[in-house]
Design a protein around this ligand. Structure first.
Ligand code: NAD
Ligand code: UFG
Length: 344
């Protein structure tokens, strides 16, 4: 049996782009996704890009019997774990759904991994685990906290993984703390397709540019930032995917790293660019990339939003030898190409 990487949530936004890079790097990929927020046709788009279809199983990470079977029938080398629910507002309305899907789901996955003695894991964490930034840029040593069930689920999973590692230091785990992923594959064949009204800025802006929504609501212009609007560290999803590849290669090849003396390791790594853009800067960049006006209204602040958030990237560069390469212009151009292809 060929060594295979199990990618949970692999038909989703970040999982699909990462699958492309994994396949292009020569890895065999098996995707497990329950399609609660994605479409099975994404596997065909991946095959068009890479010339190779990933194996795909429609199923849930909470299904322990299914996971046991997957580990028994395949030679799984490592797991890249994207599967999860991610809408902050929905998590406040439905906290138990988030604890079940994200925490119980990860617990089930970890049990199956332990049973199969597969101990190499990349986990999709989030800058949300830093809570309200006390200092910028955010380093991996910033204190952790959460203000909503979504963020709490990420924090609890990171803590779970800490205790798993403590119980068995052979595990090789990397918590990747994403900042704000945007953009799409340059082919325009895969990208971000939120269901319903987008929660996030970039997909909303793209829908306004495409004429699907009349205008954007800018949530607050009275933050202590240069233009008063919120500042975030937007990162191109292809750079984020490359960060996963670098992290996986590190976990699978410990001897290649001069600093690793122990059998296992637990890393926490920011994946961001190290610079922030305001909402108004994002609008201006999107207007330039799309050639369309993005009308907007200034509205009250969105509850729970922080003023500014951007990453320190030093540790990622040091430990993964990785850094983001794509700029804002490319993020907007690629997101726009995908949006236009979706429109047909
Ligand atoms: P996404 O919704 O596009 O992808 C997640 C995928 O997981 C979807 O295809 C969904 O169908 C699947 N899924 C959800 N629950 C599942 C379950 N119980 N069993 C099997 N499959 C399941 O989201 P994304 O933006 O690609 O995010 C991927 C991961 O990264 C998530 O864990 C998310 O919390 C995390 N993350 C995302 C962002 C962001 O802004 N996109 C930021 C930080 C962290
Ligand atoms: N914004 C608007 N209008 C919108 C949407 C967003 O003005 O319609 C503003 C927000 O107020 C914020 C910025 O655009 O200032 C970015 O907002 P997003 O919703 O795109 O991203 P967030 O930084 O709020 O949230 C993202 C992820 C969360 C994660 C968080 C921290 O969506 O899952 O980063 O990592 F928790």
């Amino acid at each position: 049996m060929n060594p295979t990487i199990l990618v949970t949530g692999g038909t989703g936004f970040i999982g699909s782009h990462t699958t492309v890079l994994l396949q292009e790097a020569g890895f065999q990929v098996l995707i497990l996704d329950n399609l609660s927020n994605s479409d099975a046709q994404v596997t065909q788009a991946i095959a068009t890009i890479t010339g190779q279809s990933p194996q795909f199983i429609a199923g849930d990470i909470r299904d322990e019997a299914l996971l046991t079977r997957i580990f028994a029938e395949n030679n799984i080398q490592a797991v890249v774990h994207f599967a999860g629910l991610k809408a902050v507002g929905e998590s406040v309305a439905e906290p138990l759904l988030y604890y079940d899907n994200n925490i119980h789901g990860t617990n089930t996955l970890l049990r199956a991994m332990k049973k199969a003695a597969v101990k190499t894991l990349l986990f999709s964490s989030s800058a949300t685990v830093y809570g309200e930034p006390q200092a910028l840029p955010l380093t991996e040593r910033h204190p952790l906290s959460s203000t909503n069930p979504y963020g709490h689920s990420k924090l609890v999973i990171e803590q779970m993984l800490g205790y798993v590692f403590q119980s068995d230091p052979q595990w090789r785990i990397c918590n990747l703390r994403y900042f704000n992923p945007v953009g799409a594959h340059p082919s325009g064949l895969i990208g971000e397709s939120p269901r319903g009204i987008p929660n996030n800025l970039m997909p909303y802006i793209m829908q306004v540019a495409a004429g699907q929504r009349p205008k954007l609501q800018v949530f607050g212009d009275d933050y202590p930032t240069p233009d008063g609007t919120g500042v975030r560290d937007y990162i191109h999803v292809m750079d984020l995917a490359a960060g996963h590849l670098a992290a996986l290669q590190r976990l699978l090849n410990p001897t290649a790293q001069t600093s690793v003396q122990t059998p296992g390791e637990l890393l926490n790594v920011n994946l961001g660019t190290g610079r922030g853009y305001s909402v108004l800067e994002m609008i201006a960049a999107a207007e330039k990339a799309t050639g369309r006006p993005i009308p907007y209204d200034i509205c009250p602040r969105r509850p729970g939003d922080v003023a500014s958030c951007w990453a320190s990237t030093d540790y990622a560069t040091h430990v993964l030898n990785w850094r983001a390469e794509r700029g804002l212009e490319q993020m907007c151009a690629d997101a726009w190409r995908y949006t236009q292809k979706q429109q047909g």
